[in-house]
Design a protein around this ligand. Structure first.
Ligand code: FRU
Length: 614
């Protein structure tokens, strides 16, 4: 899958339908030999780019061991179809050209005879192909302007770094199914943070286990010994234990060599998701590791990225503690409008988020290269602060080396509560829009993250389909049409001093709606997706989420990004964000604005259609 673009392919070979009509025992170039009720050999005898494995999502994994010239190369897991084929996943065999290729497959138990096992749908539908089509899942919910994998499952963003105009984004990836499994670092890159090129997986499971989350840096000075400018990745090897491993890249992050001295760090208890950065103040590397079950972050330092010295632990008993701590990040950010800088420690937590499941909390404080000390509030307590108040914002971390002193973050736009159940098929999960972060002081004196859509996203705006300078609204709603494809950015300023609430409703002809409510007295902004479309795939999905606006004075400005399966609401000044998935059965076509308890004024309303070729 070298450098596949997200362009539905037209030459689809055997894959355009869901079932290949092939003889019961073999497709061209493949032979299927049943050794026992749960053991089958598939021999490949032809050159082709891919073996296409048929998947049925609801069955258990089969273990597939690839034998090359009789030797065991790797084992991976696929939910091989028993009753019906939900979709196919490609296994690239072009790299093994000229070798003898056999898959030794152990399927889950459950059949009583070889004859019964040989009736499984997968043996009739497995096939070879030179092409792989993703077109059949492009339609309804695949985002038009958010990063998604071409196919397969995705969770955390990993190892992001920026270099020479290119934003690299790796991610927790299952190339062989749309549920969590076979953790691999998938790889995409972009020059504008909007359009993503998709590359071959960058780091694949190896003898130490699968490849969990981690980070990358560009080692300009070559301190790790892999040459100046090498890209160095640290990730968690997850086998019997969780250990930290290193891989390095000499070609700018396209391919990585796994370090032979791995693991570079082992601890007695579960620790994962190494996040490292160059600390210019101390002239050392720092790394944070999530001490997941102990609900604290471990802080290390190093001169060579290989030998790490534990300096301290942060967080025991602090902040939200109702879940495991994962995916840390630590960075020095400016406090807007002051000459001041503070350190921010990002801590992803699952479950235990403010509205259930996964969420991202953060701590503001000081860091001396060894110890992070969180600021306390007027009562002497360390306050719990949330980076995003939506249900679908997790594993958020920042790009290393972003230009112009920027700090750009991206999060996984889902929630472990239902990520594997959302109604998409060939792929699962998208990332949030990229956001630039800094700090601000609120009216209460507290220091909070300011989160704004990255400026690159202005390029998404196509036409301003609606422009209203000023409009007074009351109980009967003012209605505005949204673009036919439902894709838009909506901006406006709300003056609600005389009203008790203003509601902004996105709706479609099926009566599905997302209701956003600004309550000036409570200084809160909420999003209700209980009637947003498909919601019953998980009882945790229907939800009303609420953010504090952290501002007492009007007006309240917002920027709302609507994609095919998400709504992201940003406060115009970056004081709060709410990121939520939605699955309307048809696009939202109307925005209605109403005020309760008195009149409200809407000004500078702009509805922009979105420039996209997807
Ligand atoms: C967070 C996480 C990480 C881990 C990865 C595994 O979502 O649990 O802690 O490295 O996912 O896929």
């Amino acid at each position: 899958m070298a450098n596949m673009k997200y362009i539905p392919c037209l030459a689809l070979g055997a894959l355009s339908g869901l079932v290949c009509s092939l003889p019961a025992t073999a497709a061209d170039g493949l032979s299927v030999e049943h050794l026992g009720t749960s053991n089958t050999l598939v021999r490949v005898s032809d050159d082709a780019r891919y073996v296409l494995f048929p998947v049925e999502e609801s069955v258990d994994d089969a273990a597939l061991t690839l034998l090359l010239d009789g030797r065991q190369e790797s084992t991976f897991y696929v939910r091989l179809a028993r009753n019906k084929v939900d979709y196919y996943v490609p296994f690239d065999i072009s790299r093994y050209k000229g070798r003898n290729i056999i898959f030794n497959i152990v399927t889950a138990q459950g059949r009583s005879s070889v004859r019964e096992a040989s009736d499984d749908a997968c043996w009739k539908t497995i096939c070879l192909s030179d092409t792989f089509d993703i077109a059949d899942d492009v339609g309804k919910y695949r985002p038009a302007y958010h990063h998604t994998p071409l196919y397969g499952w995705m969770n955390d963003p990993n190892g992001m770094f920026y270099r020479d105009g290119v934003w690299h984004l790796y991610y927790q990836y299952n190339p062989y199914g749309s549920k969590w499994q076979n953790m691999t670092w998938g790889h995409s890159s972009s020059t504008d943070l909007i359009n993503w090129d998709h590359h071959s997986p960058a780091i694949e499971p190896n003898g130490f286990g699968s490849v969990f989350s981690g980070s990358c840096v560009v080692d300009s000075a070559g301190s790790a010994g892999f040459g100046p400018g090498a890209v160095v990745a640290l990730y968690t090897s997850a086998g019997l234990n969780q250990m930290q491993s290193l891989a390095h890249s000499a070609d700018g992050g396209d391919t990585f060599t796994v370090y032979l001295g791995n693991p570079i760090l082992t601890l007695e208890s579960e620790a994962r998701d190494p996040n490292m950065f160059w600390n210019a103040e101390t002239g050392e590397w720092n790394m944070l590791l999530a001490h997941a079950l102990d609900r604290e972050m471990l802080i290390f330092s190093s001169h060579d990225l290989k030998t790490w010295t534990l300096q301290s632990a942060f967080g025991k008993g602090l902040g939200a503690q109702d879940g495991v701590w994962e995916c840390p990040d630590l960075m020095r950010l400016p406090v807007e409008g002051t000459g001041e800088h503070k350190w921010v420690l990002i801590c992803n937590l699952n479950p235990g988020g403010p509205f259930g499941g996964s969420a991202t909390q953060y701590f503001v404080g000081d860091f001396d290269g060894k110890t992070f000390t969180a600021d306390t509030d007027a009562e002497g307590r360390v306050p719990t602060k949330w980076m995003d108040y939506g249900k679908d914002h997790y594993a958020t971390v920042s790009w290393s080396g972003a230009p112009d002193g920027r700090h750009v973050v991206i999060g996984w736009m889902s929630n472990w509560q239902y990520a594997a159940e959302v109604p998409t098929r060939r792929y699962r999960s998208a990332n949030t829009l990229p956001r630039d972060i800094s700090l601000f002081r609120s009216d209460d004196g507290g220091c909070y993250l300011k989160t704004v859509p990255s400026p690159e996203l202005l390029a998404l705006r196509d036409r301003r389909v609606t422009s209203v300078r000023r409009k007074t609204v009351g109980a009967s709603p003012a209605r505005y049409a949204l673009p036919a494809d439902g894709l838009c950015e909506i901006e406006m300023s709300l003056n609600a001093r005389k009203a008790s609430a203003v509601t902004l409703t996105l709706s479609n002809s099926a009566g599905e709606e997302v209701v956003m409510t600004y309550d000036p007295a409570a200084a809160s902004f909420s999003v209700d997706r209980t009637r947003s479309g498909l919601t019953d795939f998980s009882h945790d999905f229907p939800a009303v989420v609420t953010a504090p606006t952290l501002a007492s004075s009007a007006p309240q400005t917002v920027r709302i990004f609507v994609d095919r399966s998400s709504v992201e609401v940003f406060d115009g000044d970056g004081r709060f964000v709410l990121t939520n998935l939605v699955f309307p059965t048809s696009p939202y076509r109307t925005l209605s604005i109403a005020a309760a308890g008195g009149k409200a004024t809407v000004s500078d309303l702009g509805i922009h259609s979105i420039k996209t070729d997807k």
